[in-house]
Ligand binder design. Structure first.
Ligand SMILES: C[S@@+](CC[C@H](N)C(=O)[O-])C[C@H]1O[C@@H](n2cnc3c(N)ncnc32)[C@H](O)[C@@H]1O
Length: 282
């Protein structure tokens, strides 16, 4: 149940992550963690958590990275997972309890406006691209950082730099009635809000960060074997939207995605190139 009311600057995202995609992410967290895990680790390496630290995991979702950070700060540290999505936080709380990681706590709050307790570091795996006002949000996160504190996160580059998404999308586009999925408005809240690395650098500077490193990371990622990949693609991202909006075309969409993915099978399952920014700022 949603405790956080869909109000304030990110009301639309609160509704979206609670009622539209949150339940799907909650149900599919294993496949999504399999895909994003390696990219999250790249950002955790840039954060370099130390024992006993207090950290914030922004947009922690189902909590995989909160748990990983908690293991690194140890039992005397504290990791606060912050997210707007009740169904995803339910999964995170359950996983933390199952893992016996008492040094975690989860808050259903808007990271753009919540007054966080003082922290040594803030982290995010793909949870910072949805703010209505990214400068206000990053300034708010920066306010929580103690002297010498740092922020590290991973976010997507452009859609074009992410064939793991464009390949299935191109395969289904000829099947869709009318036009292809609507073009992405540059900089608008969403997965590709920080596609432009220079703009991202400017947003962080405007929020008060001075030491800013934005590094390009290109590597292959995947959801698993062919069937898992097809099933996941049909439920998340732009292909998931198309499958939901065109139920009559679902069998054809499924076949087209399977054919596209089959060309990218490896001994480790379906693997396709991704492009992300690994960011550190202080
Ligand atoms: C792409 S998901 C990533 C989830 C998780 N970090 C992971 O890697 O699996 C984005 C997450 O950001 C959260 N989010 C979006 N806007 C937010 C906001 N203003 N404050 C806190 N969390 C937010 C969403 O609810 C969602 O869980």
């Amino acid at each position: 149940m949603t405790v956080l009311e869909a109000s304030g600057p990110n009301a639309a995202q609160i509704t979206y992550w609670n009622e539209v995609v949150g339940p799907t992410w909650a149900a599919m967290h294993d496949a999504l963690d399999g895909e994003l895990g390696v990219l999250g680790l790249r950002a955790i390496e840039r954060l370099a958590p130390r024992p006993d630290e207090r950290l914030i995991d922004i947009g922690c979702g189902c909590g995989a990275t909160t748990l990983e950070l908690a293991r690194r700060v140890g039992p005397a540290g504290l990791v606060t997972g912050a997210d707007i999505s009740a169904p995803m936080l339910d999964v995170a709380r359950r996983r933390a309890a199952d893992a016996g990681l008492g040094q975690t706590r989860f808050l259903q709050v808007d990271a753009q406006t919540h007054g966080f307790d003082a922290a040594d570091g803030a982290f995010s795996r793909f949870g910072v691209m949805f703010f209505a006002d990214p400068v206000a949000a990053f300034a708010n996160i920066r306010r929580a950082l103690k002297q010498g504190g740092r922020l590290a996160f991973v976010c997507w580059q452009s859609l074009e730099n992410n064939p793991w998404m464009t390949v299935p999308l191109a395969a289904i586009t000829p099947l869709l009635p009318g036009a292809a999925p609507p073009p992405i408005t540059p900089g608008a809240p969403g997965p590709f809000a920080f596609a432009d690395g220079e703009r991202l650098r400017g947003l962080l500077a405007a929020a008060g960060f001075t030491e800013i490193e934005v590094s390009s990371n290109r590597e292959q990622i995947g959801w698993g074997d062919l069937e898992t990949s097809v099933n996941t693609a049909l439920r998340v991202g732009p292909v998931g939207v198309a499958a939901r909006e065109n139920p009559d075309l679902r069998p054809q969409i499924r076949d087209a995605v399977r054919a596209a993915f089959a060309a990218h099978q490896t001994s480790e399952g379906v693997r396709l190139e991704s492009g992300s920014w690994i960011v550190r700022a202080a």
